[in-house]
Design a protein around this ligand. Structure first.
Ligand SMILES: Cc1cc2nc3c(=O)[nH]c(=O)nc-3n(C[C@H](O)[C@H](O)[C@H](O)COP(=O)(O)OP(=O)(O)OC[C@H]3O[C@@H](n4cnc5c(N)ncnc54)[C@H](O)[C@@H]3O)c2cc1C
Length: 480
């Protein structure tokens, strides 16, 4: 075939299944398709050292289970998982697809183990997750390395520094992909190239200007890979694939304002929000810091900070909070009095003192317990603090500056229980999607820790299975 766009000739042997992307969803798809007997080529945009996309930064997978299971304590039933998801998404989720993900999460770990992933129990301080989340021994990087090792052993071809910028489609059918001047044909294809969180121009366009005339997205940091630019997502939307989700919806965490622009990973998280108060640059509180357990709320706070002037805020605690959360990598700003702290932070001193004094006065006596939704709450304060509300009265006081940290975006491609990409409501016969690129079907908004890997694992495996099947059908079609 001739590459008419570049004028150069680049012929590739045809594989059964082409997988585009190199993170969890892509690897699950590649492994499953290969296990089903398909020949598989995986194209990863990054160099080998940075392979694995956002997956390299992950730690765990949320799993349903009806009774204690190896690293998971007690039970976490399908219904409870579903209710958690329904609550955080405010009902913006496709129940059938969500339940498919939840059920798959209950039985997938033996398969993961066969491909070299090891699990460990949750560490103390790790977001109350001993019951709900299975942690990867060695983190996401070890999971990614194990999957690549297994893929290579099984004969999956892997190509690095191979970003795909466009596809050749015919009436919703995949024909070929282009990576620069290379044209790659395959009988079927799985798209698993993540969201568009590292495309700063697209973030700017999606978020627009705020009431102050600023572009909030210019102050966002990206917690994961710089390679998720959304090039293929944009191509697919322009090509008429059915979209799902809103471009301004994303998993966004309030992270250390000193984090790098990309790949800061989990160590930039600031986990003391529920133990103190959060102020904006005007010295005002703006949301309920104790509404629910932190794992169910941490992904809301990036968005809340994004709505504040200058997209910056400060998490303030006193000495009572120390030892009750995972300490950040870098020390916070410390002071022996609140006025001294306000001056060190450059916050308006009188307003900050007014805010903290009003908060302290509104705290009602209760029995503090950070492992329960306790009865320490404010009364007559707006916004309230519903749990863990203790007066900030014990020096030294510490503050951490917060910025919105984008984990991944939710705009994606609509799909169904076969993981097919859809055009005008019609499923493609041989083009499938998995992971962040379709997570918006399950996560219209909000987040609960560990569900990203549940979605990518369930849909990656489904996509691999259906892609292998589609390749066999394409073969049969060609032979007929
Ligand atoms: C700091 C951090 C911590 C997280 N922790 C957790 C956690 O503990 N549990 C959890 O469930 N979720 C977690 N997440 C979310 C999780 O990373 C994602 O839900 C999951 O990894 C998505 O997998 P994916 O394969 O869709 O995307 P990714 O892992 O991001 O993979 C996308 C891949 O596509 C490649 N790519 C992009 N564009 C192209 C292109 N044009 N051509 C070819 N390749 C391309 C990228 O290089 C990358 O390899 C975390 C995310 C971050 C950033």
């Amino acid at each position: 075939m001739r590459d008419t766009s570049s004028g150069r000739q680049a012929v590739e042997p045809v594989v059964d299944v082409l997988v585009i992307g190199g993170g969890n969803a892509a690897l699950c798809a590649a492994l499953t398709a290969r296990e089903a007997g398909a020949s598989v080529l995986l194209l990863e945009a990054s160099p080998r050292a940075w392979r694995g996309g956002n997956t390299q930064h992950t730690r765990n997978l949320r799993c349903m289970h009806d009774a204690p299971q190896d690293v998971l304590v007690d039970a976490y039933t399908e219904e409870e998982y579903w209710q958690d998801l329904r609550k955080v998404t405010g009902g913006q989720t496709d129940e059938a697809l969500a339940r498919l993900v939840i059920r798959a999460s209950g039985s997938v770990r033996p398969w993961m183990r066969r491909h070299g992933v090891h699990f460990q129990p949750s560490l103390s301080g790790a977001l109350h997750t001993a019951r709900t989340n299975a942690f990867f021994m060695g983190g996401g990087k070890a999971l990614v390395n194990a999957y690549y090792r297994s893929a290579e052993r099984l004969g999956v071809q892997v190509r690095y520094e191979a970003p795909v910028d466009r596809l050749q489609l015919e009436d919703g059918r995949f024909v070929a992909a282009w990576s620069g001047a290379r044209r790659i044909e395959a009988r079927s294809c799985v798209l698993a190239s993540g969201g568009f969180e590292s495309n700063r121009a697209w973030l700017r366009e999606a978020w627009g200007r705020d009431a102050r005339g600023d572009y909030p997205a210019d102050n966002f940091l990206i917690r994961g890979t710089r390679y998720n630019t959304g090039a293929l997502l944009r191509f697919m939307l322009d090509a008429g694939a059915d979209p799902v989700g809103d471009p301004t919806q994303a998993h966004m965490v309030a992270i250390d304002a000193r984090a790098p622009l990309y790949d800061g990973g989990i160590c930039t998280r600031i986990d003391c929000v529920s133990l103190g108060v959060v102020l904006n640059r005007d010295g005002e509180r703006f949301d309920d810091e104790g509404e629910d357990f932190w794992p169910k709320r941490y992904a809301i706070w990036g968005r809340l900070v994004a709505g504040q002037p200058g997209q910056i805020a400060w998490s303030l605690i006193d000495a009572k909070a120390v030892g009750r959360f995972m300490p950040p990598v870098f020390p916070g700003t410390r002071a022996n009095s609140l006025p001294e702290l306000a001056r060190a932070l450059g916050l308006p001193e009188q307003r900050m003192l007014r805010t903290v004094t009003a908060y302290n006065a509104a705290c009602r006596a209760g029995t503090f317990d950070h492992t329960l939704l306790d009865d320490c709450r404010t009364e007559g304060l707006a916004p309230p603090k519903s749990h863990w509300a203790l007066a900030l009265d014990t020096p030294p006081f510490t503050a951490y500056a917060l910025r919105p940290g984008v984990t991944f975006t939710y705009l994606g491609l609509r799909t169904d229980a076969t993981a097919a990409v859809r055009f005008g409501g019609r499923p493609s016969p041989n083009l499938f999607v998995a992971g962040e690129m379709m997570a918006g079907n399950v996560l219209g908004r909000g987040y609960t820790a560990g569900v990203g890997m549940s979605i990518g694992t369930a849909f990656g495996r489904l996509a691999g299975q259906y892609a292998a099947r589609a390749a066999r059908m394409e073969d049969a079609r060609a032979a007929a």
